[in-house]
Design a protein around this ligand. Structure first.
Ligand code: CTP
Length: 133
């Protein structure tokens, strides 16, 4: 049986760090499923909506060669259910979350991958703002 990898994120203003983590996640198994967080969930979490709407963020992620399936992550509380429903063998998270998802080791392998240096959506938005583009 092939291994299914699952990962989660907002993937707003899609950048090279996003591509790299998805490619590395895909390389750990045979099939990559990505939970893209909903606009509502981002508002709850960060107090602002993403720049790109969830349908567009999902379409961008779904269009990548390394991604097999996308779904909307509606709640941070439902990771266990998403892992089970999608029959995931491996959960991949960025290493900014090291240790925070260890509870899911009862359901699947949990792997934290290093983030790409010097890039994030927050920094891109700040530099665009600062440059007054
Ligand atoms: N990620 C990464 N390298 C980066 C930025 C993000 O590997 N430089 C990974 C995160 O660890 C996560 C996924 O990409 O697994 C989605 O992250 P997301 O929070 O959507 O992207 P950020 O650019 O970190 O967004 P923000 O600045 O709004 O937190």
């Amino acid at each position: 049986m092939g291994k299914t990898v699952i990962t989660f994120g907002t993937f707003d203003v899609f950048h090279i760090g996003h591509l790299r983590i998805l490619e590395r996640a895909a390389a750990l198994g045979d099939r990559l499923v990505v939970g893209v967080s909903s606009d509502r969930l981002n508002f709850k979490k960060k107090g602002r909506y993403p720049v790109f709407k969830e349908a567009d963020r999902m379409a961008i992620v779904a269009g990548l060669a390394c991604v097999d399936e996308v779904f909307t992550e509606e709640s941070l509380e439902w990771k266990g259910e998403y892992i089970t429903t999608h029959k995931a063998d491996i959960l991949v998270m960025g290493d900014d979350w090291v240790g925070r998802f260890d509870e899911f080791k009862r359901l699947c392998d949990v792997v934290y991958l290093p983030r790409t240096d010097n890039i994030s959506t927050t920094e891109i938005l700040a530099s665009v703002r600062a440059a007054n583009l």
